[in-house]
Design a protein around this ligand. Structure first.
Ligand SMILES: NC(=O)c1ccc[n+]([C@@H]2O[C@H](COP(=O)([O-])OP(=O)(O)OC[C@H]3O[C@@H](n4cnc5c(N)ncnc54)[C@H](O)[C@@H]3O)[C@@H](O)[C@H]2O)c1
Length: 229
């Protein structure tokens, strides 16, 4: 049976992806904060070692765990910058490094859940935007070094990560929380709706399967028209 590691699997996109891959017949190790801290080297090592011990192989690694912090650069807490880079950029690097041999052996796939913010910026999200641009660079480099790697780039998805931003955005923009969803969050989408986590999981399952065989070193953008402008 093929085996997958999905990080950030307790919530949102990671949870939907773990469920989807299980229903597609994968053995799946979902790894989240209760299993270890992916902002540390030890946490990433533990995630890969646990999957290899449990399944004896790894065919798919989905680097998905993430957090957000909304603040202008002049006020951006430096520790939050470090923490966001650790989870969004360094964790995918460490996962790819530690899973390198196993993925080579299985001709496996490395899939980073990046973001439309890997391609375009928004104000007040310096660490997130910088890290997501960085993870696309990582995926391109992995591809050139021989690992089949892609970066899924969704627009806004209906998950706690987005729901938690609404009060911060309301404060930063001086708006009500209802107006923030309509006028700030959905403003960049040409199609004015949130993406569902299962839609992202479908794309990850496609990239992991036979249909994804020619995708490597690229962003796979699913942003409801955001980056078209
Ligand atoms: N929600 C969106 O609109 C959206 C859009 C584009 C990309 N993304 C990306 O999708 C990924 C998943 O986000 P989501 O929206 O499902 O968020 P979420 O908050 O629902 O889930 C993220 C998960 O990551 C886990 N996590 C965070 N830090 C961790 C750590 N240090 N160690 C272990 N686990 C940790 C959390 O516990 C949580 O379960 C993130 O990389 C995010 O940047 C989200």
């Amino acid at each position: 049976m093929p085996a997958a590691l999905v990080t950030g699997a307790a919530s949102g996109i990671g949870k939907a992806t773990a469920e989807r891959l299980r229903s597609d017949g994968y053995d799946v190790l979902g790894f989240d904060l209760e299993d270890g801290d992916l902002s540390t080297r030890e946490g990433n090592r533990l995630a890969v070692d646990t999957a290899l011990e449990r399944f004896g192989r790894l065919d798919v690694v989905v680097a998905n765990a993430g957090v957000q912090h909304v603040a202008p650069v002049a006020e951006f807490p430096e520790d939050r910058w470090d923490g966001i880079l650790a989870i969004l950029l360094t964790s995918p690097f460490l996962l790819a490094k530690y899973a390198w041999d196993a993925l080579h052996e299985s001709s496996g796939r490395f899939i980073a859940v990046a973001s439309a913010h890997a391609l375009v910026a928004s104000p007040n999200k310096a660490a997130y935007v910088a890290a997501k641009h960085g993870v696309l660079g990582l995926v391109k480099t992995l591809a050139l070094e021989g690992l089949q790697a892609t970066a899924v780039c969704p627009g806004y998805v209906r998950t706690p990560l987005v729901e938690k931003q609404i009060p911060d955005q309301a404060r930063t923009h001086g708006m009500s929380e209802d107006d923030v969803l309509e006028e700030v969050i959905l403003a960049p989408h040409a199609v004015k709706r949130l993406i569902e986590p299962e839609e992202v999981a479908n794309v990850i399952a496609f990239l992991a399967g036979p249909g994804g065989s020619a995708f490597s070193g690229v962003p796979v953008t699913m942003d409801l028209g955001w980056s078209a402008r």
